[in-house]
Write a protein that binds this ligand. Sequence first.
Ligand code: BG6
Length: 484
Amino acid sequence: VTVKPFDYVIFGATGDLTMRKLLPGFYYRMLEGQVPEEARIIGTARSPLTREAYQGRALEALKKFVKKEDFDDAKIQRFLKLVHYVSLDGSKPESDWNSLRALVSEDRADRVRVFYFATAPNLYGAIAKNLHDKKLAVGDARVVLEKPIGVDLATANDINDSVGQYFKEENIFRIDHYLGKETVQGVIALRFSNPMFEAVWSSDHIESVQITAAETVGVEGRAAYYDESGALRDMIQNHLLQVLALIGMEKPASMAADDVRDAKVAVLQGLKPFNSQTVASHAVRGQYVAGKMGSENVPGYLEELGKESQTETYVALCAEIDSPRWKNVPFFIRTAKRLEQKVSEVVITFKPTESRLFPTEAKRNVLAIRVQPDEGISWTFNAKNPVHDDFSLGQATMRVDFAQTFQTRYPDAYERLMLDAVRGDPILFIRRDEVEAAWTWLAPLMKAWADRKTPMAHYKAGSWGPDEARDMLKRHHAKWHEDM
Ligand code: BG6
């Protein structure tokens, strides 16, 4: 859907996110005909750059992050014409706000104004205030907040309160790029448009759910941020809990944004709180030590960091949703850097059938929803094994590759979300109460870890994580997907 002409002002425009995701994302949307020619993408950051110098950086980013086959010189030039730059410290009232105002002042009433905060989150409040005081946050100007929203409930509330003073909740778009992933959105379609899945989606049939976001990369030059954050705050609080909410939610009353968000927040608020015992038995944190990624030797986290640290690069949790639908169903969620393989997926294991009809045991059905890469679904089930003359069973797997099925490109998650903010469609953004519920649930765990109440496990770079995480599943008679 084409959007109205817009001014998209990015704070933190020289940063990694802007270069890696936002600018290439806009370029791809322009190729799809979704970015009007009058649109302006205005980078702001403290660096004293000219517009030409910033366009030069943008070009470098596009060379690096746009696929060769999509890189077209004429189109790139057309795109760069949309790119502007203002050297500005968004947190300082005395900074050069006049230049920004001069650039965006326009008489056209249908121009949409979006401010994207890709800076350190503790600056969000100050930037919002300045936008208000400098009369830039006019009409229904929108603000997009990058994660993490704070480092705990109190800091999240501070950010939400201070931004909320100047922008209405309906104009605040808290981005979680996992919701921009096609296959994550696909969970809603899969669950509620197929009787076969809708009918079995509860503890009557589901034994356990596991949600994984495994990465092969280490901390990639982001050590300063990452060491402050750790895997729990970087990935679990937002991305993985959002996926869990979509898997666990009741059927929303409609596909209106607030109906879907009501359904999600109910899951997050219904997570069973950790207690002094479960912070140990239902959570594993770990750090990678030196190991091998394929044939390459890579250093451990502490060596990369060059100092001592209690920050986790691996987290596995066992969560439970306190609702009749999910009675006694463990949700295992895990994420880590430097695992053997990059994969994000949801794996649902069904209870074994009671039937004693067959000479061999019926194995558990497994539904795997592959979020990335190779987006698709696989369904492993029992079939009569034709090798035998009796009714022995064998396991068979059906696989669907979405890219092949729908003959389409899978856009990067940011592409859609950036323009949803222009359209004013909040369905794939996080509402304030969701942020609060997620931090509230994690608080006892963060406290136990900060107080060093539970040990740090270790795992070799290039492995599937620490033994402790395997043991946690064993206690629930379950296995991680790679061990099934
Ligand atoms: C970001 C985290 O939100 O998500 C990164 O800050 C992480 O640490 C990234 O690498 C993973 O995203 P994706 O889309 O590659 O799974």
